[in-house]
Design a protein. Structure first.
Length: 171
């Protein structure tokens, strides 16, 4: 049986996968994640009361920049000429009855026409957007929690379509 982990060479050492013979196709990936925070923090964000600036605007730019630099951050990723990166935020102001926290859902979609997928770029965009929200709001809420960062959609390439829903609470 062949090893399904393709990032290892014949000696079992790490390698960048050779995509030379792969078809150039349109590839799309969407990832999401959730930031849980105090309701008062979410209110400040929405009212643009955070002293560092517009949290969603800065997190959106940070996520896009991160997607473009994924190959610089993740050792075995290929540098990709992304054709699109889009980040959306949706919030739930009512607090969770168990935790007392509100939440912000982050969704990032990356696209490329190329020989390898953009899953890592979408996941990196979500992760860095969440970290940016934390950085911008940590002065008022050091207890923010991130969870449920994962791939929700992937299309294109040899493996085809992958799709799933991630629940907000991460269970």
């Amino acid at each position: 049986m062949s090893n399904p982990l393709t990032h290892f060479n014949e000696e079992g050492r790490a390698r960048m996968v050779d995509v030379t013979d792969k078809d150039v196709t349109e590839r799309t990936a969407t990832a999401q994640g959730v930031v849980h925070l105090q309701p008062a923090t979410l209110k400040l964000i929405k009212e643009r009361g955070i002293k560092k600036g517009d949290v969603f605007a800065v997190a959106q730019v940070a996520g896009i920049m991160a997607a473009k630099k994924t190959w610089d951050l993740i050792p075995m990723c290929h540098p990709l000429p992304l054709t699109s990166v889009n980040i959306k935020f949706s919030d739930r102001a009512e607090s969770n009855p168990t935790t007392g926290l509100s939440s912000i859902r982050i969704e990032a979609t990356a696209k490329v026409t190329g020989q390898t997928g953009v899953e890592m770029e979408a996941l990196t965009a979500v992760s860095v957007a969440a970290l940016t929200i934390y950085d911008m709001c940590k002065a008022v809420d050091k207890g923010m929690i991130f969870n449920n960062i994962g791939l929700t959609h992937k299309d294109g390439g040899k493996s085809g379509l992958f799709q799933r829903e991630l629940p907000e609470n991460g269970k």
